[in-house]
Every structure is written in C-alpha cells, then in structure tokens.
Design a binder for this molecule. Structure first.
Ligand code: ATP
Length: 273
C-alpha cells in the first residue's frame, strides 16, 4: 500500500553538529562531503572517489543520522531505501525499484543514496539460501550490483549502506568499485553518551539538577537511539506530573522505563532465559 517506491530526493537539514561523537567516522565521510560539494574538482585530477561506503555498527548508533548529515553538509538530495522492504515483494518489483531509484538519483546528482539494513537484501547468495525461496531477493541484489557497476564516480552519486552484520554480506558487494570501504560506528563510551545527551537535552526545558555527565554514567550500554528515547520519555513523564521543567528524577524514571523496554525486547528475542 506504499505509494512511493522509495523515500526522498529532498534536501535534508541534518548536519554534523546533530551527530554527537563519532569523530572518526565523521572524518572518514568528510571526503565524500567535499566530493559531493564539488565533484569536478576531484574527477578532473583523475582521482578515484569511492562509489560506496558501508556504515557498520549496532542498531541505533546513528548510521542513518550520519548518512543524512553527509547529504546535509554537502547540501545535496538524500534518497533512502531499506533492505527489509524487499523481503516480502512480488517478483520483479524489488529489481524495478532499485533501477528506478538509481535513475532518479542520477537525474538529481550530486546526491546520496542510503540503503538501510542492506544485509536483508545483500546476504550471501550461496550461504543459507533456500532452494527456490530467495529468487526475488537475489534478483534485487543482482540489480543493485548491476546499477553500481553501471555508473562511474563522475555521475556524482554516492551510495552509503548500513548493516550490523557485515559478515553475512555477499562478497560481490564488497569488491573494489562497490562497497569497498567500511566505516565503523560503535556504541558510544561515557564521553560519547555525554555528547549525545547534550544534543538531545538542548531543546528541553530543564531543572538545574539535570547533568549530561551524570546521566551518561547512569546509562552504560545505551546507544544514541536509546538516549534520544530517554530524553523524550523524561519530557513526557514531567508533563504528566504537571511540572514546569524536567528534573533529574524524571530522567531517572525515564532511564528505568527504557531499561525495562530493552529487557522485554531481549526476552522476546531469547525466550526461556
Ligand atoms: P538502525 O541500525 O536501527 O537503523 P541507526 O544506527 O541507523 O539505527 P539512527 O536511526 O541514525 O540509528 O538513530 C536513531 C536516532 O537516535 C537518531 O535519529 C538520533 O535521534 C539518535 N542518535 C543516534 N546516534 C546519535 C548520535 N551519535 N548523536 C545524536 N543522536 C543520535
């Protein structure tokens, strides 16, 4: 029932300052930003800009956010697509969707194509493929490979893809000229969490006892998505309590709630434990 074949083609407002921490990753994608801003400056010297880079890391760590920020920094259109959308698809639709996406992206170049959960479509073709069961996924993967090979870096389209399972990817995707660069996006350490809290606390009305450092010490193992969640929950809790500002107590309760949610999720994933 989805009207659009894929999302985007619009400019985005996200920039690097919205992405807390991840300094090394930002440095690695800076080259892509420079290229998108001025493709001819690079191609005229015969330099080879990568066509694609793989953002590798656990869920909620900011892979999508970083990809958007690359487009935002370069002020170019952002197209996105999720590998999981292809899982239940009629024959021919996945491959057609990929072709259509590349066609539109080329028309709007320079631009970014972002493929989330690429492992859903890019799983190794030999390993674990059920006979006859994965034809459509393979068709889609093949059309992705064909499209990637069919344009040069001078087309000005850069493809970023995200996965938390790089080991399962078909090696064809990782060959030179395809996703030959991997950028790792790890869960934040205590300083990274402090920086992420600072970004998400900024728009909130806070009591004087709220401290990003203290909150990051209370949230070991949290990814950015969970931290964003904590900040939003704290605001909702404070509102329900008819408060004029959000205090440390609201955050402590929000953290408990988010931890509760995570535990429930883990129970569903590993029943009987
Ligand atoms: P998934 O693998 O589940 O798609 P992801 O790695 O793409 O996750 P995002 O969708 O980018 O994660 O992150 C979800 C949200 O969490 C972001 O929109 C943002 O609000 C917050 N977030 C995650 N990482 C960061 C970060 N480094 N700085 C600021 N906010 C972050």
């Amino acid at each position: 029932s989805r009207a659009a074949l894929f999302e985007g083609g619009d400019k985005v407002k996200v920039t690097f300052k919205d992405v807390a921490g991840l300094e090394e990753a930002k440095e690695e994608v800076q080259e892509i930003v420079e290229f998108l801003k001025n493709p001819s400056k690079f191609t005229i010297l015969g330099g080879k800009i990568p066509k694609g880079a793989l953002l590798v890391g656990p869920p909620g760590t900011g892979k999508t956010l970083l990809a958007k920020a690359v487009a935002g920094e370069a002020d170019v259109p952002f197209f996105s697509l999720s590998g999981s959308d292809f899982v239940e698809m009629f024959v021919g639709v996945g491959a057609a969707r990929v072709r259509d996406l590349f066609k539109q992206a080329k028309a709007k170049a320079p631009c970014i194509i972002f493929i989330d959960e690429i492992d859903a479509v890019g799983r190794s073709r030999s390993k674990g493929s059920m006979p006859g069961g994965n034809d459509e996924r393979e068709n889609t993967l093949n059309s992705l490979l064909v499209e990637m090979d069919g344009f040069g870096t001078d087309s000005g389209v850069i493809i970023l893809a995200a996965t938390n399972r790089p080991d399962t990817l078909d090696s064809a995707l990782l060959r030179p000229g395809r996703f030959d660069r991997q950028i790792s996006i790890d869960k934040p350490d205590i300083n990274g969490r402090t920086q992420i809290f600072q970004v998400h606390l900024k728009p909130l009305t806070l009591g004087t006892d709220v401290d990003a450092k203290k909150l990051s010490a209370q949230t070991p193992g949290f990814a950015g998505a969970e931290i964003a969640n904590v900040c939003n929950e704290a605001a909702l809790i404070a509102a329900r309590r008819d408060k004029k500002m959000i205090t440390n107590q609201d955050f402590t309760d929000a953290i408990d709630r988010v931890i509760g949610g995570l535990e429930k999720k883990n129970k569903i994933i590993s029943p009987g434990e």
